[in-house]
Design a protein around this ligand. Sequence first.
Ligand SMILES: Cc1cc2nc3c(=O)[nH]c(=O)nc-3n(C[C@H](O)[C@H](O)[C@H](O)COP(=O)(O)OP(=O)(O)OC[C@H]3O[C@@H](n4cnc5c(N)ncnc54)[C@H](O)[C@@H]3O)c2cc1C
Length: 459
Amino acid sequence: MPGLIRALERALTADRVFGDAAGRTAYEFDASLAHGRPRAVVLPESAAEVCRVVGVAREFDLPVVPRGAGTGLSGGAIPSQGGIVVAFTRMDRILDVDRRDRRALVEPGVVNDHLTTAAAKHGLYYAPDPSSQRICTLGGNVAENSGGAHCLAHGTTTNYVLGLEVALAGSELVWLGSDAGDAAGYDLRGAMVGSEGTLGIVTKIALRLRRAPEAVRTLLAAFTGVRAAGEAVTEIIAAGILPVALELVDGMTARAVEEALHAGFPPDAGAVLLVEIEGVEDGLDAEMERIEAICAGSATTTRRAETESERAALWRGRKGARTVLGNLRPDYYVHDAVVPRSRLPDALEAIEVVAAKHQMLVATYLHAGDGNLHPNVLFDAADPAEFERAMQAGSEILHFCLDLGGVLSGEHGIGLEKRGYMDAVLAPADQAAMRSVGAAFDPQDRLNPGKIFADPPGG
Ligand SMILES: Cc1cc2nc3c(=O)[nH]c(=O)nc-3n(C[C@H](O)[C@H](O)[C@H](O)COP(=O)(O)OP(=O)(O)OC[C@H]3O[C@@H](n4cnc5c(N)ncnc54)[C@H](O)[C@@H]3O)c2cc1C
């Protein structure tokens, strides 16, 4: 496309525009199975530059695809229709950490964990903690409304976004929401969170921070199988206890974690549950004793983390679970369904049945307290028959979860990978209402087109 690269170089500087094949290759992929080649990649350093890039996209009638770290699991950052990828690597400044108001102002390319590191000197931290927190960006977290192990009690990204600066499809720069936590008029901040880059491009984020808790207790409980562990989860919540984290990994995952990371997971367990509670020191041990008593009914072992390094090792194991699965098979197809918590044992057993039927390895870990399951169908994409079986097994697992009253995605977003399932969960009128919101923000469907909704409707 003659003139495109020159126009982008004028909008930024030449060293931050990639038009050659080598420069674009790295932006063809994210952590999903999808891929697509952009026409150009740009690395803006300011909101004004982002607005100018959107202007160039209008001039050349091209899509614009925002991109953080490319750790998305649903293909959200894939330029599936070509166009310009706007990568936020260079907009990674923490502009302010305000101790008194417990808020931070950041650029979208800030890595999630870097904010917690910066806030720690003030006794504060940023609560949503995706397992990818050491690499994923806060812009990506906002776009996906990301969750994490500690979101059960504290809430997901949307509960922490106070305000957003956003570049719209017409290149206008707007502020949505407010530092005070409430704003006049429609809650467009809320609409933007989880919109997967389809309504606007986030250029600044005002975030709520939390005070670090006075005390924490962490428990590992091992079970013979996933049903018993799932039932313990239901019992803990039914007893009126709300841990900050209630995470479950199946036996296959526990073994893979232990072999690779030596986290302290019993390698012979059929399932491992991690339970964490926090608060003031007083009363915390009594609460943990209640949890231990519930688990003791069916657990083969329970063990408290006695030191901070033991606790850190357990979390390193849980958060490293997806990565170590690469040691079992080269590829994975991960799902993200949420089922009512009381149906977790049924869902977990059904996953094992589907895995056996298709002779596939399926390793599952879950934010059990939220009912948010991540079954990873493991396969080798070099074998076309195995790839087909993996897709079929994944689809059956997902439909089973939906039949249990579940939803498609707890935190990974719909993106490209799950858009084909939207008809199964939303009526045509519901989808039409959502599409009309998209059309109001972006009438020419320029911002991250082809994501969330199958195109054409029903297709
Ligand atoms: C090992 C591993 C573990 C993971 N664990 C979790 C987990 O525990 N919880 C969880 O929720 N997710 C998890 N994820 C998924 C992923 O890390 C999150 O979805 C994360 O928020 C993506 O951030 P990113 O910076 O990589 O965004 P990308 O993948 O680059 O983009 C994701 C989406 O955000 C949009 N986007 C990016 N920046 C902007 C912006 N500035 N403005 C508008 N839109 C933008 C993109 O267009 C795309 O639609 C995990 C992924 C991996 C690989």
